[in-house]
Design a binder for this molecule. Structure first.
Ligand code: UTP
Length: 292
């Protein structure tokens, strides 16, 4: 008898990093609230989480990230002004994005000790159930969204599921890379993962790109996880340990990944998503063509 995997209800969005790659823009504005076209990066991520059926989002925040909590609350004066000016479409758009009462929790990582440590900070709010981790500076332009594609696989495989994308062989040394055993379409069973393999030694070109479904046992391993690459507590290192005990499946999701934590990635996301917008695409194309 096959057991149905526990339903995925919660997601952790770690937003406590310093965003040094896009300074000085992130000196006073959280990286996750930088705009892509006309919405914060985070707005795209929350939309993807909701589409995947996530009912509760846990933000792991840090100092000077208070604006994130404010973004997901009423802005009473602004709402009144929009109403008074008859800008109802804009007002409806703002209201539609607000959470239901109790849908979001905020906890603090008091020092940015690394992604693994940030995820561990959410342990009590998540409890003992499977959960998603979504890197909130990575937008995936996919239909359905990347997390939903992972959930569809998870409902069949259970265990731990990791989103991956193929990168050029010349780029594998920049990423966490999956060590595959076999492949069935977009589903890859794996035996390990390597963080930033030296050029020419990479076991594949599948990079771990910022969407995960993990079992709660990862918290037990994160509790004792030593610092790794960059002197940070790495989620990849704890996952590699958990792989000895639990099944991991990599899913090469369909969609285009934009790393908005990087200057060129952020620029590319703005251009790509503006070009695809029915209301802006033609004007964006004209403006870009005039520059080239
Ligand atoms: P990054 O390494 O891309 O973010 O982590 P960063 O540290 O903010 O970026 P740079 O390298 O200084 O430019 C991916 C995500 O994990 C969060 C970040 O906020 C980001 O969204 N993170 C990272 C934490 O929440 N805590 C940490 O200690 C590290």
């Amino acid at each position: 008898m096959t057991l149905t995997p526990l339903r995925l209800r919660k997601a952790v969005l770690p937003v406590a990093g310093l965003g040094t790659r896009v300074l000085p823009g992130t000196k006073t504005t959280p990286k996750e609230l930088l705009n892509v076209v006309d919405r914060p990066i985070l707005s795209y991520i929350v939309e993807e989480a909701r589409e995947a059926g996530i009912e509760h989002i846990v933000f792991v925040t840090g100092r000077s990230k208070g604006a994130i909590e404010d973004y997901f609350d009423h802005q009473v004066e602004l709402e009144a002004q929009l109403e008074a000016k008859g800008k109802t479409e804009l007002l409806d758009q703002l209201l539609a994005e607000l959470p239901q009462a109790g849908e979001m929790s905020f906890t603090r990582q008091m020092q940015p000790k690394g992604l693994g440590h940030a995820v561990w900070c959410a342990r009590d709010i998540i409890g003992r159930e499977p959960f998603a981790v979504m890197l909130p500076d990575v937008i995936v332009d996919g239909r359905p969204g990347a997390l939903k594609q992972l959930v569809q696989a998870y409902e069949e495989t259970g265990g731990n599921v990791i989103g991956v994308e193929a990168v050029p062989d010349s780029e594998t040394h920049k990423y966490g890379i999956v060590d595959p055993i076999s492949r069935n379409g977009r589903r890859v069973s794996m035996k390990g993962m390597v963080e930033k393999p030296a050029q020419g030694t990479s076991p594949s070109n599948l990079s771990i790109s910022g969407r995960y479904i993990l079992q709660p046992e990862i918290f037990d391993l994160l509790a004792t996880q030593e610092r790794g690459a960059g002197n940070e507590i790495q989620l990849t290192d704890a996952m590699a340990r958990l792989m000895g005990e639990q099944a991991f499946t990599a899913i090469e999701y369909e969609g285009v990944t934009h790393d908005c934590g990087d200057k060129i990635g952020l620029l590319r996301a703005n251009v790509a998503l503006a070009l695809k917008r029915p209301d802006l695409g033609a004007a964006a194309r004209e403006a870009i063509a005039a520059l080239l």
